[in-house]
Design a protein. Structure first.
Length: 114
């Protein structure tokens, strides 16, 4: 069934060559940098959230699994919910100072934004 997944092949022109095999590019996840090499920015965001405030941690470079682990740790330490995806961690509420302190104690280079 995986060979017949047509959604991955949208935009590909039909070939009459009987030996043609469609090959998709493999995406390579970047290696996670050491915490001392990461430059994270902790800021407050209200945009497109219905007026609710969230603490946004951006600038993480590495695997999605490591981002999820860091986000889980920060959410547990702050005692609130949030998410971690697309290289950003969102923590519900205004926890800029607490998150910055936690990240620096973990060895990350974190600075407080706005």
């Amino acid at each position: 069934m995986a060979d017949n997944d047509w959604k991955k092949r949208l935009g590909v022109v039909y070939s009459t060559d009987p030996d043609f095999k469609y090959e998709e590019e493999e995406t390579v996840e970047p290696e996670t940098l050491q915490p001392s090499l990461q430059r994270l920015v902790v800021s407050l965001d209200k945009r497109n959230r219905g007026g609710k405030q969230v603490t946004l941690v951006s600038g993480f470079r590495g695997k999605e699994e490591d981002l999820a682990d860091l986000g889980r740790t920060l959410k547990i330490k702050c005692g609130v919910g949030g998410s971690a995806k697309n290289g950003e961690i969102t923590i519900q509420g205004d926890f800029r100072d607490k998150v910055t302190d936690l990240l620096t104690k973990m060895g990350y280079k974190a600075k407080r934004g706005n």
